[in-house]
Design a protein around this ligand. Structure first.
Ligand SMILES: [Zn+2]
Length: 419
């Protein structure tokens, strides 16, 4: 059944100081001020791009194959006014920066004369064209983005992306979910119908519209009745990460899946049926994926082999700490400059899916070995990265407990709805 969607609004107030705290993290591109948080609590549509007020504001998307004249017409700009704008060299040069799919807003007066036109350009900048005495004046400035907190829940019926689409969760957030829980769940193989999630994440807004999603602040993923919870915490050392509500680090020594998780790979896995696995007593996991899909080192290590190896085709072996090693076969290509002896970190792209060697279709053959003996990585418990130190627990709890409480509440609501 369909789950209810939660949007920040009534619940935003209790998250107030949590959001404010996260706004100070070092890699945050937009330090958030109290003012901005207040704006998100009482979302007032602030109009950018025009100093004067009054008139009508309309929004239209610039479509692929669109013309500026057609766009201006849809925006309610009078024909002669449109002609005047389109004969202005500077204005036209500015409009040429428009990419298909970009929403454009215009303010016109009662007669259809253009007062101002603006759109989001580049990364978080607003470009505008203002009507001035003797023509039009283009300008460009940083967009005053505000941050809101979104809460969504969903249930897996076919794929993660189908579920996140249903719940209105952006792809980048779905990708973050796969990364956050990537040490516990292999999103290519472990997902089951009935798995469900709750996610709390930042959304950056401009003029009351969603511009792009930000960081996942907290999430719960229930996979085959196992409950995984994650809360973002940055103790101020700039190296934030995801932890369980009790302070255990979610990062593991190995990722469950070596494949980059995407909308394409999530659907592809379902259609892949390996036929010829007899090329050696099959000791590995096959991941069906389109040729060119990125393959990641599942753990930190050193490249032990890069090259061709009979049935494996193009293969990489990574030697990890102690007695662990991983193998990646049938690759179409290796990452540029990858050499024996090179050091790699978990998540580094080392190659690309292909069908070299004994392969009937594009797929990745992945092996996990301990003391050079094959082990099933899907059933192994991996060592975990450092937990929150005892002396930081107070700060950790103070910052994360409101989010943990929010997850609890959402979960109870979910369970009630599922019954
Ligand atoms: Zn295989």
């Amino acid at each position: 059944m369909r789950l209810v969607r939660w949007v920040a609004g009534g619940v935003a107030a209790s998250l107030f100081f949590v959001v404010a705290a996260f706004g100070t993290v070092q890699d945050s591109p937009l330090p958030m001020t109290t003012l901005q948080v207040e704006q998100l609590l009482s979302p007032q549509v602030e109009v950018l791009g025009s100093k004067s007020s009054g008139g009508f504001i309309q929004e239209e998307r610039f479509e692929r194959g669109d013309t500026f004249a057609a766009l201006l017409d849809r925006l309610g700009v009078d024909d002669t006014e449109a002609d005047r704008l389109l004969s202005d060299r500077k204005a036209v040069a500015t409009l040429k920066a428009l990419r298909p799919g970009t929403p454009v807003q215009a303010r016109t007066n009662e007669e259809g004369a253009l007062m101002s036109l603006w759109f989001l350009s580049g990364k978080d900048r607003v470009t505008s064209i203002d009507s001035v005495q003797d023509g039009f004046q283009p300008s460009d400035r940083p967009a005053n983005l505000t941050r809101s907190v979104q809460m969504k829940s969903g249930q897996i019926r076919s794929s993660l992306f189908a579920a996140t689409d249903d719940a209105g969760v952006p792809d980048s957030v779905a990708g973050q979910l796969a990364d956050i829980f990537g040490g516990d769940v292999d999103f290519h193989r472990d997902l089951r119908r009935g798995d469900h999630f709750t996610v709390i994440y930042e959304m950056l807004m401009l003029d009351g519209r969603q511009v792009r999603s930000g960081r996942v602040l907290a999430a719960e993923f229930v996979n085959q009745n196992r409950v995984f919870r994650a809360i973002w915490f940055d103790g101020g050392d700039g190296k934030g990460g995801y932890f369980t509500p009790s302070g255990r680090n979610l990062r593991k020594a190995f990722l469950r899946s070596p494949l980059e998780f995407s909308r394409i790979t999530s659907g592809f896995a379902m259609r892949f049926h390996p036929i010829l696995q007899q090329w050696r007593a099959h000791q590995g996991i096959d991941y069906g994926a389109p040729t060119g899909t990125r393959v990641k080192a599942t753990g930190d290590g050193i490249i032990d082999f890069v090259g061709r190896e009979s049935g494996y085709g193009n293969m990489i072996i990574v030697r990890h700490n102690g007695s662990y090693s991983t193998r990646y076969g049938h690759l179409s290509a290796f990452a540029q400059g990858l050499r024996k002896g090179a050091r790699v970190s978990q998540g580094d792209v080392i190659g690309f899916v292909g069908q070299t060697g004994m392969a009937t279709g594009p797929h990745l053959h992945y092996e996990f070995r301990i003391n050079n003996e094959y082990r099933n990585p899907l059933t192994l418990a991996f060592p975990t990265a450092e937990s929150i130190a005892t002396e930081r627990m107070t700060a950790f709890r103070a910052t994360t407990s409101p989010l943990a409480a929010r997850l609890d509440l959402l979960r109870e609501t979910n369970l009630a709805l599922l019954e």
